[in-house]
Design a protein around this ligand. Structure first.
Ligand SMILES: Nc1nc2c(c(=O)[nH]1)N[C@H]1C(S)=C(S)[C@@H](COP(=O)(O)O)O[C@H]1N2
Ligand SMILES: [Mo]
Length: 197
């Protein structure tokens, strides 16, 4: 007899489906504002803040940093979860290896085309499975899901997985991003139900 997906356990013994979540097979589209217009010719990924040297990558340069494929689950704060998403793109670790951070850099703010921001500790970005994805389940991202590039942070609520990414700013302190300013939890661990502050 097979275990219902919602009762599966992770290797660390935690339930695969976090508390208060239900499984969905579709993929809802959620964002604030409208889909930004982006052109790959002028697309840039900017790195600034507490770095020894600011950098700006073109689409080709950014993708040349490295490519990885990783399968993970999505947990949205609005209570839907979607299992087994295969993402392909640039692992955060590859970006990290291509830049030089100042020792005080402990936090990051992700900046997006359209103005969205979200904050994360550096050590969370360095976890395995965190990547800047250009594809989902073998297809390029659609515009509504973040084309050409989105961040994927599988161990936190999905609002941290910023769509239409355009850069990262390194900080010495944690600062709230867009939703974090409007009452979402500063960190957002789905297994601790850190939904709202
Ligand atoms: N740039 C940007 N990224 C964003 C958002 C947004 O408003 N703007 N919303 C976040 C929220 S709240 C969620 S739940 C997910 C939804 O991603 P999806 O539309 O691909 O399901 O995107 C996140 N990334
Ligand atoms: Mo969300």
């Amino acid at each position: 007899m097979s275990t219902p997906a919602s009762k599966e356990l992770r290797p660390d013994g935690k339930p695969r489906l976090p508390p208060g979540q239900h499984l969905t097979t579709g993929w809802p589209v959620l964002h604030y504002g409208s889909i930004p217009r982006i052109d790959l010719e002028t697309w840039r990924f900017h790195v600034w803040g507490l770095v020894e040297e600011e950098k700006s990558f073109t689409w080709e340069e950014f993708n040349a940093l490295g490519q990885v494929t990783d399968t993970s689950d999505i947990h949205c704060v609005t209570t839907w979860s979607k299992f087994d998403n295969t993402w392909e793109g640039v692992p955060f670790r590859a970006l990290y290896d291509a830049i030089r951070l100042k020792p005080e850099a402990k936090y990051a703010m992700i900046h997006c085309y359209g103005g969205y921001t979200t904050n994360l500790p550096l050590e969370d970005l360095l976890r395995e499975g965190v990547l800047f994805a250009h594809s989902h389940n073998g297809q390029p991202l659609t515009k509504e899901h973040g084309w050409p590039m989105r961040l994927v942070v599988p161990h936190l609520y999905f609002w941290k997985s910023a769509k239409w990414v355009g850069g990262i700013q390194f900080l010495d302190r944690d600062r709230p991003g867009f939703w974090e300013t409007y009452g979402y939890h500063i960190y957002g661990d789905p297994w601790k139900e850190q939904r709202y502050a």
